[in-house]
Design a binder for this molecule. Sequence first.
Ligand SMILES: *Cc1c(COP(=O)(O)O)cnc(C)c1O
Length: 402
Amino acid sequence: MMERAAALDAADPLAAYRDRFVPAPVVAYLDGNSLGRPLLATRDNLVRFVDQDWGDRLIRAWDEGWTETPTTLGDTIGRVALGAAPGQTVVGDSTTVMLYKVARAALDARPARTEIVLDTENFPTDRYVLEGIAAERGATLRWIDADPATGVTASQVAGVVGPETAIVLLSHVAYRSGYLADVPAITAVAHDAGALVIWDLCHSVGVVPMEVDAWGVDIAVGCTYKYLNGGPGAPAFAYVTTALQETARQPIQGWMGSADPFAMGPRYEPAPGIRQFVSGTPPVLGMLPMRDMLNLIDEAGLDAIRAKSVALTEFVLELADELLVPLGVRVSTPRDAALRGGHVTLDHPAFREIVPLLWKRGVLPDFRPPHGMRVGLSPLSTSFTEVAEGLQIVGDELGQQQ
Ligand SMILES: *Cc1c(COP(=O)(O)O)cnc(C)c1O
């Protein structure tokens, strides 16, 4: 098994990218889907930023590019990771706040409709934010009871949307099972019913290639600290298709998203285009690290990254079948690579106790209730050897429990 891992590493065209990351003193980092590792370039660029951009240029730097960072960096995310033409992606806030802003804007863009469609397996913040919006606006939540093993399908969505549906909110890759939704098919189903779709891309951006423009996506949001390695609490992004920008209005009307912030005028007038989705002062410092990962993704190519991601998840399934299934582990991620994102979830009743023991041994997956262990693989920083070493230790810990 270790020889097989070594052979896969030797044949991996992306293997050398691992050296671009700050070395991690662990056996296996299996949580790249939750917090990407820092790049060596980021360390240098943060120091340079403090010394030069901030230290030397001081307040002048706002006029020398900082003010525009939400949209210039947004365009880079759009080009490198989303398949989005410029002028439709903006960076700021947390995913939670950004989702609130775009979901309110989308609901208000369908004023005659009263229903919001979402699914029971979506990430908590997505469900909670929409629950709050429904209460605030008197809308009704229509739940799709998603099977964690198969995810939300186009036919399930077709079964719940109708003339009352204002918006449909779904995740591209399910945070728990890793199920990869069919964005173009589901988007078309929602559009046939006259609804708008919001896609949460947190678990797919930077690891699953996408074409949001070509797929007709209305709105999307996503994290930048997962596969975009933006660092803890790095700001989120939102995509709003050009066609909606004229009419959509977001509710947190701040000066930085107004037409002329420094006029300090008496009333809010939204900035034209995607800029109106900015609320307050852009988190310039928090936007730095993700640039380095976006550069690396651009260099390696998202298709090559996806190919390695599929090979890594296949390898996890192979190791799980050999080492862990005999110990009572169940694979909760689709076995068809076309239906799978960048991580694999394994279930066992002992994982709640075992994951902290693994962390002590330098093997870092994460635990998701009720008894899921997520194995997250970030293709540019994860090797096949560390996956094999890590899963061997998982097997060792599970064996000791029996
Ligand atoms: C990680 C994640 C979030 C996180 O939201 P924050 O506001 O950044 O904490 C939201 N949605 C999904 C699907 C996620 O995976």
